[in-house]
Unconditional design. Structure first.
Length: 298
């Protein structure tokens, strides 16, 4: 039995959530995948996976073995790339992630120019408002908005974004302009979920922070839907500055309560610690860092 292959099969099954989903991910017959998991359990002499109507569940031994398998396979991958010269060459795959709107506006144009300069690098750009795990999703570089919770990651700050509360001139003409955060309780609000750092209805006054929300009028699950509703005059939204900068410039949306705005959110480029850092990652970081700072400062 090829134990490295067996570990890879087990991880694919666990990450996919079922034997059949794991088989599809591996492009392998279901019977083959099921047999490899069973052979691994037989080799170890323990049950790793419990199969039930709700899917798969790891046993205690299975959880420990999966964690060890991830470490072993990551170390093997690192060793192979070092031996093949991938760490010292500008070639190979690079996985980068960023929030959707920010990635489209700022990161994508820079990344496209990077690819023109480095034809031997293949870039996978995942734009997602859900923060991906660098380890679990095999991400090389991530762009994060907000304060970082994982201090083990290496972060380089490239700017900041403001949290903005705004509404359309049509809505404000009908309902009036709030002058104090306390006025919001008499206004309609548009809320949304799905963005990892969705701005809170949070304000500053006399050095203290506090929260006041308008009455809920509409709830949606994407930022763009909330913006479209605000443009239609449905209510007040809270968003990040870059998401509605064009609408603010055109006058389609009007910023509110600027004197009470909270501190801006930091924008960081992050990556996992590595010694040595692969040359392709270092080159990408060196390329995008100054350009992102310049764009965000303009």
């Amino acid at each position: 039995m090829d134990r490295f292959e067996a570990m890879s099969v087990l991880l694919a099954v666990i990450d996919a959530g079922s034997l059949s989903a794991g088989a599809r991910r591996l492009h392998a017959p279901l019977a083959t995948v099921s047999r490899k998991v069973a052979d691994l359990e037989k080799h170890l002499g323990v049950r790793l996976v419990l199969r039930g109507r709700r899917g798969l569940a790891l046993t205690e031994e299975g959880r420990a073995f999966v964690a060890a398998s991830r470490r072993i396979l990551e170390e093997l991958d690192t060793a192979e790339r070092q031996a093949s010269g991938d760490y010292g060459a500008l070639r190979g795959g690079l996985h980068v992630t960023a929030p959707i709107a920010f990635g489209e506006r700022y990161l994508l144009p820079i990344a496209l120019e990077f690819l023109k300069e480095q034809p031997d690098i293949n870039l996978r750009l995942t734009l997602n408002d859900r923060q991906l795990s660098l380890a679990d999703e095999h991400v090389d570089v991530a762009l994060r908005i907000g304060h970082l919770a994982d201090s083990a990651l290496i972060a380089t700050r490239v700017g900041a974004v403001r949290r903005v509360i705004c509404a359309s001139p049509d809505y404000l003409a009908r309902q009036g302009v709030p002058r104090q955060p306390e006025d919001l309780v008499r206004h309609d609000g548009i809320s949304f979920q799905g963005f990892a750092t969705a701005p809170e209805w949070r304000y500053r006054k006399d050095g203290a922070a506090f929260t006041i929300e308008p009455r809920p009028k509409l709830a949606v699950n994407t930022t763009e839907a909330a913006i479209q509703a605000a443009l239609a005059g449905i209510g007040i939204i809270r968003v990040l500055s870059y998401q509605i900068s064009d609408h603010l410039r055109s006058g389609a949306l009007q910023e509110l309560l600027t004197a009470f705005a909270p501190e801006p959110l930091p924008v960081n480029i992050i990556h996992a610690p590595a010694d040595p850092l692969p040359l392709k990652v270092r080159c990408f970081l060196d390329w995008i860092g100054p350009l992102l700072r310049a764009q965000m400062a303009s």
